[in-house]
Design a binder for this molecule. Sequence first.
Ligand code: GLN
Length: 553
Amino acid sequence: MHNKKCKYIFVTGGVLSGVGKGITAASIGAILKAKGYHVTMQKCDPYLNVDAGLLNPVEHGECFVTHDGVETDLDLGHYERFLDFETSKYSITLSGSIYKELIERERAGGFHGKTVQLVPHFTGLVCEKIEKASANSDIHIVEIGGTIGDYEGLPFVEAIRLFANKVGRRNCLYVSVVYVPFIHTSNELKTKPAQNALKDLRGFGIIPDIVCVRTENPCGREICKKIAAFSGISPDAVVNLPDIDSVYDVPFNVLRSGVLAILDDFVDNNTEPDMSRWKEFSRRRSQKYAKTVKIGLVAKYVGNDDTYICVTEALKAAAAWNKVNLALTWVNAEEVENNASLLKGLDGIVVPGGFGARGVEGKIKAAEYALKYDIPYLGLCLGMQAACIAAARNGGIKTANSEEFGACEKDGNNVIYIMEGQKGKESTGGTMRLGDCKAVLKPKSRAAKIYQKAANTGEYIYGTELLEDGSVEITERHRHRYEVNQKFLDAIQAGGIIISGLSPNGKLVEFVEAPKCQFFIATQAHPELKSRPLNPHPLFLDFVKAAKTNRNS
Ligand code: GLN
């Protein structure tokens, strides 16, 4: 049954991919949220992969994990950051998962002898997924990956056309984002590819209600009018969205473009969106401050923003709200291995998540350096494992390592070892410890204080609960296969690190910290996944604050 009060916005792209369709969709969502609606988002992607867990992070960017443990791509991260809501397994629909479900149903005899077809079975299941994802929403936005005309995307386009038959055309708004290139040799903008893309879309039975024309520089009304004239669309429905410095200014760009009037009409409500917090963030972000913090991101895929996008976005937001300029410095983990001086002059060190042995010695070195010279340190997942290995080596176990890197099979000093039930699954999809897991933070630990303070101010709550014995229970998302072997706790402690958070059953180490350091916190979780520009994560906020006042730089 579909949610009768929900309205749907479908966003498709033409000409090229990668022109900001997702950010445009999320910005429209942010504006509607600022008008007071409960807005949710969903991505339909034509890949044949079942999820994004096994995709190469260099090619596809970071793997984003939903609270209910689905490995998805980074677009869902944008949705969460723009709309400050939690996506779920319903927020991502990949062709692979649709085919898998259909084939499994067919094998189980679920089609009772019928021929299984793209239409109506694939399209029908996509419609079902859209209904599920929008069950509690006022407005649900669906982005279709790729560009109009791609073979593999066609069933999704047909599904969103059909969807209007189900819920009524007036409850659906179709947005097409097209690119208009500037040809330098002839010194002009070329609208033909956009016209063709819109013609294709018309051929599939969809006439868009809004066409967003993406250009490098502002293009002037005539270009929009020309596209409108050649595509049979009202000129008022064609708006220009030129490139802009920061994705967080796109909502303002969308507001300036004239889209608001169409949205107001669609939802039949012309109350002004309350963009005050967005404005405040924009002001803080674009301001130049007296203080610059130099944060080193010790990473394997250096310079590849997309691979660590949640981490870099969390740092940027934390810097803006701390009123400092952020100088993000990429540090090649493999180079640090033999040259720790690359870490000199940093106000803070972040070791993000990662898999595989390459560069890991450099990450351990970075943790050791932060401990030794008391440099603010934030360890995320592998960053916590690196910190524990560094501490155990400090504490006397010179060959301490992780079972993941196979280095200490002989002496058994696997300070990090494989989690129960994970053996043999190392290269399989969807089998890690994924999504929300609770952690109990020790009373008076730095981590407990940070989460408790955030909960008290009501800024953002991570399922934070103060327990009777003074410990603090929190929830963060996870994605890992290995864990700290508590047999080595004495050595880790002797090396300067204490355990400050465990899973509720006490079996898994969730948080560690170095009490003697200005700021040294590492977690098995991925707090960066829950950080938002308008609501930065308290761990990141405190880390950047410590970097701001770092007495050792
Ligand atoms: N490779 C480590 C593990 O599987 C850490 C994972 C991560 O950083 N996401 O446990």
